[in-house]
Design a protein around this ligand. Sequence first.
Ligand SMILES: Nc1ncnc2c1ncn2[C@@H]1O[C@H](COP(=O)(O)OP(=O)(O)OP(=O)(O)O)[C@@H](O)[C@H]1O
Length: 250
Amino acid sequence: MSVNSSQKAIEMVGVNKWYGPLQVLKGIDLDVSRGEHIVLCGPSGSGKSTLIRCINHLEEIQQGRISVNGTELSQKGTNADHIRRDVGMVFQQFNLFPHLTVLENCMLAQRRVRKTSAAEAKDKAMRHLERVHIAEQAQKYPAQLSGGQQQRVAIARALCMDPKIMLFDEPTSALDPEMVKEVLDTMISLADGGITMICVTHEMGFARAVAHRVIFMDRGEIIESAKPDAFFSNPSHERTRAFLSQILNH
Ligand SMILES: Nc1ncnc2c1ncn2[C@@H]1O[C@H](COP(=O)(O)OP(=O)(O)OP(=O)(O)O)[C@@H](O)[C@H]1O
């Protein structure tokens, strides 16, 4: 797992965000290096999803700066499309188009956004479906697949856009336990390929296996950020210890 710490993939400086009167991000400072893998954890409602959704302007921030691969996201998101070219996102609920086949799901954005030819889009879709071991399901519709298979399609679909950064928002939390491993294995092999990754998850085995850094958030703030060994064996903050004992004993 190589990290190029001289080059920043993501830079967040003094980011504050409110939903009405509720401040959900409080002074977030975060640098992510190219090739770095970050696992973001914390209690429900601590702002994890909001933080990663701000990176590609699915949410607007009110204060602070966010840059992606050296391009600063404008406050109103006028250059969000440019930023999103580099950023793939995978959600808890897969978000596949139900009326399109697996193959069509993987071709759509390539055709619409990149104006790729049908043959090229199909070729790339099949390559990524093979990469996530699901090429044989290409002609099926999402509803005909298991949750784990749908999530692997969602990952393949994101990869078809050649993202430099992948954001995962609790990608396994809607899955039956027996399907979690197949999705985590896919993500581990993706991490081995050197892509920059931020993953919101409570899968601490995954964090130990791939994370360069584990970040703990609580009530809109980054409380702790450490390498996995230190994070798990010797967390420095009481709130991190309480959170870890809760999830590890669950
Ligand atoms: N669209 C919205 N409008 C108003 N409040 C919101 C909205 N989205 C999130 N919130 C609130 O913002 C806070 C942070 O939510 P967020 O989803 O980022 O937390 P989280 O740490 O990802 O939680 P979870 O682990 O439960 O997904 C919560 O209090 C939530 O209720």
